[in-house]
Write a protein that binds this ligand. Sequence first.
Ligand code: SAM
Ligand code: SF4
Length: 326
Amino acid sequence: MRLSVTDKCNLRCTYCMPAEGLKWLPKQAVMTADEIVRIVGIGVDLLGVRELRLTGGEPLVRTDLIDIIGALRERHPDLPISITTNGVGLDNKAHALKEAGLTRINVSLDSLHEETFAKLTRRPFLDKVLAGVDAAQAAGLGPIKINAVLMRGINDTEAAGLLAWALQRSHELRFIEQMPLDADHGWSRRAMITAAEIRELLSKECFLGPDPRTRDGAPAERFQVRQRDPAGSEAAGPVLGTVGIIASVTEPFCSDCRRTRITAEGKIMSCLFSREEFDLLGLLRQGADDDDLARRWQDAMWVKPRAHGMDHTGWEPKTLSSQNAA
Ligand code: SAM
Ligand code: SF4
């Protein structure tokens, strides 16, 4: 289950949010801490949710995030709980997040160069993010996954550099194909960097072999990374780590998708790209009991599309930014 705790963010990544003019949700429209705990409880106790990821927007901007994680941990001692964060402010919060019961963390990082980072995120916060990643590692929130989106002409020369940086620190880097989720509608099928290109870019610098672990519904296809032998065609030396590629656009994995998504407004999205949402929070606020909410949640998931269809040329993006989309 992926649950968005807020629509707000302190960065403005070009592939996600517009530079300005965003209208945030009114506070009363967003799930309270108690509502989040109740909704997660229904998912876990009545519907078999086995793993929770909190996201946003930027989850760390929610001031009661640590309390929410503490309350979730108290109710679900064995549930794996992770967050996906941009890492800004993580250096001050990593320890408390671990203490509250967070299992592990994903940090988004698209560039190791200050200027490129600032261009992509429209904020000069690279140092803060790097400090956040180190603090999360020190706090025991690993294994850390690093998410990177490559943008043509901006950071596509950094694929191998990001991988070397992640391998040195034992983080698992995952490249995510740019999806048409940006509020500016800047996505273009021709400009996006495909998984095939990412594999090619990385293969110039290292040898990518199949990862023997089963994929088991994971969005990323994982590869074991090794050096190349001097002749350039064979793997040499030990496995240095793994890298993942999430090819949501060109090699979709819809038939294996087991995710249920809740937006910050408590709406169920059966797919990140579905145009239909079911207002679970509205029903909860009208006084529905847990069994009723679970039944309606199940009904909402039956309409999960067989595939998002993005890999077909006639596909049109929906008019929604990813900021509220979990
Ligand atoms: N703010 C947090 C962050 O950036 O990690 C969590 C929310 S963000 C929407 C979750 C992930 O979605 C990030 O790794 C981000 O890079 C990725 N993302 C956002 N917009 C995307 C897009 N248009 N295509 C591909 N990935 C995207
Ligand atoms: Fe914010 Fe994450 Fe979107 Fe970047 S990708 S603008 S950090 S929500």
